[in-house]
Design a protein around this ligand. Structure first.
Ligand SMILES: [Zn+2]
Length: 356
């Protein structure tokens, strides 16, 4: 609690804020609007959720469930490797996930996150001495493929054609454009191993593909499913929020047994996919209901009613507060990290419902 009391004594020391504003900052009687300077926090919205809003420091986040607490990472190595099936391995540092597939004369790597790409060759060398012959890009984002040059050599690189378009645009030396592209489907047969690549349209990002290892019944789709966890903010910075809903439903129909989502602490199952879809549908229903039951301009100062951005800020905040209050009781203990990004999800959902 030291930082908090230090901050308050600092406020007292400056003695520039009126007594009413000070009591508000201490969480006591709310300041009346007339006392708050323009642009300063005023009276809190009614029924503010207990979870800290964006921009308010959280001293302790909600605990992570035992199921989602991962095996430790050896700090000397910076990663751990998990066998998924015959010749197929996941590499992770418990935040990002990539895969490699060993066949008779080489290795296929799927993604190279920069957070541990410097160690990827070592992770592979612990399993096989065969060379890396192919690299598959799940999509163009640098946090998943920006470590590809750490792999060395001159592997064949494979991606969907939209990923090539984006990489040609970005001209990033850390993300060389793929040497092989496809539009809808591509089957990579290497020795006795197979990877089936397919594209199902825009959701997280144009060019983001499904990568399926049929023999190992393992499906990798990055930045769409977060097994056991709250999705990354704004439905994982979705290019198309509705596309993400459609793709989560599509993934549930896929006959995989192990899902690699590219993030968080473990692999996933169909139950995880269904849980995420249920959560997303609950957020959608809550935001939709809040949009219908919130009045525009409620409690807005008369002077601000000709400021359209202010009118919408006030309206959207009220919608998000309602969305939060609706979904929190059911979900705060069901998804790890719920408190971290639920404000973002409610903001993203109301935005998508209003404009998409
Ligand atoms: Zn991404």
């Amino acid at each position: 609690m030291a930082p908090r009391s230090a901050r308050h004594s600092n406020v007292l020391g400056h003695a520039v804020i009126g007594a009413l504003a000070l009591t508000a900052s201490l969480g006591q009687a709310p300041v009346v609007r007339a006392e708050a300077a323009p642009g300063q926090p005023g009276t809190p919205y009614a029924n503010m959720p207990a979870l800290a809003p964006i921009g308010v420091r959280t001293d302790r986040y909600l605990p992570v469930s035992a199921e989602n607490t991962p095996p430790p990472i050896d700090p000397a190595k910076g990663y751990r490797t998990q066998k998924l099936g015959d010749g197929l391995y996941m590499v992770t540092e418990n935040a990002y996930q990539s895969m490699f597939l060993v066949y008779e004369t080489g290795v296929v790597v799927v993604d190279a996150p920069p957070t541990y790409s410097a160690h990827l060759k070592q992770a592979i060398a612990e399993v096989t001495d065969k060379p890396i012959t192919h690299v598959i890009y799940s999509h163009s984002h640098t946090d998943h493929i920006g470590g590809v040059t750490d792999l060395g050599g001159r592997p064949i690189t494979i991606a969907q054609e939209e990923t090539k378009r984006l990489l040609l645009r970005d001209r990033d030396p850390k993300r060389p454009p793929p040497t092989v592209t496809f539009k809808d489907r591509y089957t990579l047969k290497v020795g006795s191993q197979v990877l089936e690549l397919s594209y199902h349209g825009e959701a997280h990002e144009p060019g983001n593909i499904f990568i399926y290892a049929p023999r190992q019944k393992t499906l990798m789709v990055v930045d769409v499913i977060f097994p056991g966890w709250m999705p990354w903010r704004r439905f994982a910075v979705a290019h198309e929020v509705q596309g993400v809903f459609d793709q989560v439903a599509l993934i549930d129909k896929h006959p995989f047994e192990i899902l690699v989502g590219g993030h968080v602490t473990r692999t996933g199952t169909h139950a995880d996919v269904r849980t995420q879809l249920e959560f997303m549908n609950d957020v959608k229903a809550a935001a939709s209901q809040a949009l219908k039951t919130t009045a525009i301009g409620e409690e807005l100062a008369d002077e601000d009613k000709t400021n359209p951005w202010a009118v919408f800020d006030n309206y959207i905040d009220r919608v998000v507060v309602k969305c939060m209050n609706t979904v929190t009781p059911k979900w705060q203990d069901r998804l790890s990290g719920f408190d971290v990004y639920i404000w973002d999800q409610c903001f993203a959902m109301e935005q998508s419902l209003r404009i998409d």
